[in-house]
Design a protein around this ligand. Structure first.
Ligand code: R5P
Length: 292
């Protein structure tokens, strides 16, 4: 075991100096094979370099929540405005028309629910053949760094990366925070970097202070989770701050499908992520677009 005394926190992250991309626009992906790059170019728009992912995989831990009571009714009007659909295989097969051009981020880990005190124990639940069969653009694996189940969830991640690299399917490592886990820049700096170094091709995490340092220290693209429902204006501010500090996109769920007008909300998020609008401009668009 490494000597843990005297670990020195990182100081210089060269936040003004972007990591160089040689030959391909997605951060850290120069060496990947063609299939992996092709899938990444379905996730990240080659023009803006960004992505709007619609997360509606909540049912795998939460069951039927507000805004997602009916996958077949609630999701399709939103899906057409997303670049990526983040979902479970059950939701996709039953409720999403396969005749669409959206990339899929398939949730492949699971095992605990909101009904348990501790939700951090997960296993890989979906095999690689399912991912190939469902033509997914990436596979999402939850990672609970710092939890008592840290090692199991990182084993899940590494297994998925080993398989993903064989088949050319990127892995989205999702930095999850349990009820008792900290949500500090120090925590996210550690967790994000660990997940990236274990081979995740994309990292999903939460926005926090010093976010530009976390982006700089992460050698692959970061997409930011929405988290619990907050006012629409604040959610657009969150998206704007994340993008302006280097995030490659957002992966929002509740702040879209629990918005007063979910369709207007996802369109407003696109304004920030793909068109460089400020949160104020996008909120004005939201108010003008939303149905009374
Ligand atoms: C949770 O682990 C799931 O991956 C959700 O998709 C994720 O939390 C994003 O959804 P929300 O924006 O509602 O937090």
């Amino acid at each position: 075991m490494a000597d843990q005394d005297g670990i020195q926190a990182g100081k210089n992250f060269y936040v003004d100096q972007a990591q160089e991309n040689k030959g391909f626009f997605v951060k850290g992906s120069n060496v990947y094979d063609w299939g992996m790059k092709h899938r990444l170019s379905r996730i990240f728009n080659p023009k803006s370099g960004h992505t709007v992912m619609l997360a509606f995989d909540h049912g795998y831990i939460m069951g039927a929540t507000s805004g997602l009571e009916r996958l077949d009714i609630n999701v399709p009007p939103l899906a057409k405005h997303a670049d990526v659909l983040m979902a479970t295989r059950g939701a996709l097969r039953t409720s999403i028309d396969p005749c669409n051009d959206k990339a899929v981020a398939l949730r492949i880990s699971g095992g605990s629910s909101v009904l348990r005190e501790d939700m951090t124990l997960e296993y890989l639940m979906v095999d690689i053949q399912e991912a190939v069969r469902m033509d997914v653009a990436c596979m999402a694996v939850q990672c609970y760094v710092g939890s008592k189940n840290e090692a199991q969830t990182l084993k899940n991640l590494n297994t998925a990366v080993n398989l993903g690299n064989q088949y050319g399917i990127p892995v989205l490592g999702v930095v999850g925070v349990g009820k008792e886990m900290e949500r500090t820049p120090r925590y996210f700096l550690t967790a994000v970097r660990m997940v990236a170094e274990m081979g995740a091709h994309i990292v999903k995490t939460y926005y926090c202070d010093d976010f530009e340092k976390i982006v700089a220290a992460c050698p692959v693209p970061i997409v930011v989770a929405g988290g619990k429902k907050i006012p629409e204006k604040d959610a657009l501010e969150l998206a704007y701050n994340a993008i302006s500090k280097g995030a490659a996109g957002v992966d929002m769920g509740r702040n879209v499908f629990q918005a007063e007008d979910p369709v207007a909300m996802i369109q407003a998020i696109r304004k920030v992520v793909h068109e460089g609008e400020t949160a104020e401009e996008a909120y004005k668009f939201y108010l003008e677009t939303k149905e009374d």
